[in-house]
Design a protein around this ligand. Sequence first.
Ligand SMILES: Cc1ncc(COP(=O)(O)OP(=O)(O)O)c(N)n1
Ligand code: TZP
Ligand code: MG
Length: 208
Amino acid sequence: MPSLGRLHLITDTRPGRDPLAVLRAALPVARAELVVQVRVTDDATDREAYDLARRAVALCAPYGAMCLVNDRLHVALAVGAAGGHVGADDLPVAAARRVLGPTAVLGATARAPGPAAEAVAGGASYLGVGPCHATDTKAGLPDPIGPEGVRAVAGAVAVPVIAIGGVTAAAVPALRAAGAYGVAVVGALSAAADPARATAELLGALTC
Ligand SMILES: Cc1ncc(COP(=O)(O)OP(=O)(O)O)c(N)n1
Ligand SMILES: Cc1ncsc1CCOP(=O)(O)O
Ligand SMILES: [Mg+2]
């Protein structure tokens, strides 16, 4: 697998958000340390997902940043993304691996050591672990697992653990101390008044 960036920017396509503007602000700051995950709302069409993913791949390329596509693996393949991310409502990890092929980057969601180990056995190259903290970005999430939940998963697997859910720069040190390799954020960048500055703050917390 190519080296995985530590700061995962998940696109926010809710009304009033401008995911490509956030991406343009973050890329020159984080460069190859940024992983962009194209995530669209469930009601978005495949064509909308494709158009956003195609633009994201093109924006990432000059910076050596990796672009992944959430859920819709056919879109990942269609735009030449580096891989995809799947969770409980998506293709099973082993099936996703078959779709993407052996060299693609494949993320899987896990919040406990057992399922985490199963996801790795199925072919996951990294795990998205959470929600770590409370968030209103996604509805219907289970209770936050906190840094201790991250520690339990990180201790059970040998792939990078990416902490997700309510992550801010202030939360990063505890997550890193618990074994997180990196973090994934939506609101911390999408809702930031200055996304470039917010990117620098997250990156500083991740790499110090
Ligand atoms: C890095 C990362 N971790 C977890 C998720 C959540 O994926 P999933 O559980 O499939 O939920 P949706 O994002 O599809 O709503 C993620 N996307 N990225
Ligand atoms: C998609 C997803 N899965 C678990 S938490 C989450 C949303 C994370 O968004 P935020 O960084 O704004 O809390
Ligand atoms: Mg999913």
